[in-house]
Design a binder for this molecule. Structure first.
Ligand code: ZN
Length: 233
């Protein structure tokens, strides 16, 4: 397990006891680690080389599926997919893309809860590589310093742009908020659709997965309720 800048160590989520050796997770959507499981050499290849290799492999997949890659509409797909993986939807794997965060002195002495709600979440289930999409609501109580509001959105976006499980995404965002804001008083609430539940397997269109993390002052019922009231639709 590799520790990235600012990611904390260790906590594990239990898995559901499915014992197949090659697929201990299966379709149960339970993550095994708070840190995204990355190899230590994850970023030794430059992006250009990664895209070149992914393009080749993706071309093979399409070819094996029997698609005619000479077709005008399909010809560019392997290259497009490779670029999308490395530069867009999985760009949050690379710590160099982590949003820089600057804090401002809390000059007006604001000491109440700040809630940023309806932050777009666009991620991908790491078990099926299908979209997870929905909304995140985050909050914190300032500890001397405040953060630019759009940085909260950028933090959510960075951790979403990885192959994910929703539970881990929630915890990673809470960890990062806590680290940059230098306070335990943070809350994260995510409601999201999982395409792998909608489009395959059980094929339930309407299920929404809700995850939350309440730390510090947000552990108390009154503060938690104030937050939950604020994010009510
Ligand atoms: Zn899935």
């Amino acid at each position: 397990m590799v520790l990235l800048n600012g990611e904390s160590n260790g906590q594990t989520f239990g898995h559901n006891g499915v014992s197949a050796e090659d697929d201990p997770i299966g379709a149960s959507h339970v993550g095994t680690s708070l840190n995204t499981p990355l190899r230590p050499d994850a970023f030794s290849l430059p992006d250009e080389e990664k895209m070149k290799r992914i393009e080749g492999h993706f071309r093979s997949i399409m070819d094996i599926l029997g698609l005619d890659l000479r077709d005008d509409s399909l010809r560019g797909t392997p290259k497009r997919v490779a670029k999308m993986f490395v530069k867009e939807i999985f760009s949050g794997l690379n710590p160099k893309n982590k949003p820089p965060v600057s804090l401002f002195e809390n000059k007006f002495g604001y000491r109440q809860m700040l809630v940023e709600k309806h932050i777009r979440v666009q991620s991908f289930c790491e078990h099926h590589f299908l979209p997870i999409y929905g909304k995140a609501h985050v909050a914190y109580i300032p500890n001397g310093q405040v953060i630019g509001l759009s940085k909260l959105n950028r933090i959510v976006d960075f951790y979403a742009r990885r192959p994910q499980v929703q539970e881990r995404l929630t915890m990673q965002i809470a960890d990062e908020l806590s680290r940059v804001l230098q306070t335990e008083d943070v809350a994260v609430y995510i409601e999201a659709f999982h395409m792998c539940v909608q489009a395959r397997g059980v094929e339930h269109q309407e299920s929404i997965t809700v995850t939350s993390e309440f730390r510090g002052a947000f552990s108390s019922d009154s503060v938690k309720n104030e937050f939950l009231q604020a994010i009510k639709p």
